[in-house]
Design a binder for this molecule. Structure first.
Ligand SMILES: [Zn+2]
Length: 251
C-alpha cells in the first residue's frame, strides 16, 4: 500500500511523527509548545487516523486534531493514512516517510520508541522512522526529491520506561498542554452511555500523565518535564551554556 502524500507540507524546524491522532499531545505536547514559543516552526505527522480506536471515529478524531493543532500553534499537521494496527517497516512506508521528511526539512525529528512500548503501531512507527531517517539523506533513494538529513532523531518516552537522555522543562506551558490533550475528548473524556472502559478514558489517566511529567520534572529540578531518549550521544559545543536551568529554584 502506498498512501497519498498530504498536500499541506512546508518547511518546519521540529517534526513529531506519531502513530495515532492523540499521541503527540500526550507525549510531546510540551516540547511542541516550548519550541513554538522559542519561534521554531513545528509539525505533527500522524501515521494513521486511529480507526481501530475503541471510542471515536476517524472524522471525530480529525476534528479533535484540528482543534489541538490550534492550541499547540502548529505550522503543519498532516496524516499519512496508514492502516491503524498495521504500521510497520516496508519499502513503501519508507518512501512515504522519506518524502514527508524531505518536504518538511526539519532540523529535529521526534518519533515514538522503537523498543519500549505496549502498542505495536508505536513500535512500528519508531522503527520505520529509524530506517527512514537515514534514508532521507541518501541522494539516490527517492531521487526526484532533494535529500535532507535532520540533525537529530529523538524518541519520546513510551509506556515502558527507559532512562531519559534529556528532559525538557515544560512547566511554563502545562495549561496549554492540558488544553491540547483535552481536545481529544473522544479518547480522554468520560465514556458515553454504553461505551466500554478504556485505559486513557479512565478517570485517573490525566492525573497519571501529570504525575509522570512531575516525576521527570523533579529529576531536573523543575515543576514539570517531558522525557526523551536518543540512541546517539547528545552533541554539545557549549556545555556550560547548555545547562541554563538552575535546578530546584522555582522561577
Ligand atoms: Zn497511540
Amino acid at each position: 500500500m502506498s498512501p497519498a502524500m498530504p498536500e499541506n507540507l512546508q518547511p518546519c524546524d521540529l517534526v513529531v511523527f506519531v502513530a495515532h491522532p492523540d499521541d503527540a499531545e500526550l507525549t510531546s505536547g510540551g516540547l511542541l509548545l516550548v519550541s513554538r514559543n522559542k519561534g521554531w516552526k513545528t509539525a505533527v505527522v500522524e501515521m494513521t487516523r486511529g480507526e481501530l480506536g475503541t471510542r471515536g471515529t476517524p472524522e471525530i478524531r480529525a476534528r479533535e486534531c484540528e482543534a489541538a493543532a490550534r492550541v499547540l500553534g502548529l505550522t503543519v499537521r498532516a496524516n499519512l493514512g496508514f492502516p491503524d494496527g498495521g504500521v510497520r517497516d516496508s519499502d513503501d512506508a519508507r518512501r512515504a516517510v522519506v518524502r514527508t521528511i524531505r518536504a518538511l526539512r526539519p532540523r529535529v525529528v521526534v518519533a515514538p520508541p522503537w523498543n519500549d512500548d505496549h502498542h505495536p503501531d508505536h513500535l512500528g512507527t519508531g522503527d520505520l522512522l529509524r530506517k527512514s531517517f537515514y534514508l532521507s539523506g541518501i541522494r539516490k533513494f527517492v531521487s526526484e526529491l532533494d535529500p535532507h538529513r535532520p540533525r537529530a532523531l529523538v524518541h519520546y518516552m513510551g509506556t515502558r520506561v527507559r532512562r531519559p537522555t534529556f528532559v525538557v522543562d515544560v512547566s511554563s506551558v502545562m495549561e496549554e498542554r492540558r488544553a491540547a490533550v483535552a481536545c481529544h475528548a473522544s479518547q480522554v473524556g468520560p465514556p458515553g452511555p454504553g461505551e466500554p472502559p478504556t485505559r486513557i478514558g479512565h478517570p485517573d489517566f490525566l492525573s497519571a500523565v501529570d504525575a509522570r511529567l512531575k516525576h521527570y520534572g523533579w529529576m531536573i529540578g523543575v515543576p514539570y518535564g517531558e522525557p526523551f531518549t536518543m540512541d546517539t550521544p547528545f552533541p554539545v559545543t557549549d556545555l556550560v551554556g547548555l545547562l541554563e536551568i538552575d535546578p530546584w529554584r522555582r522561577r
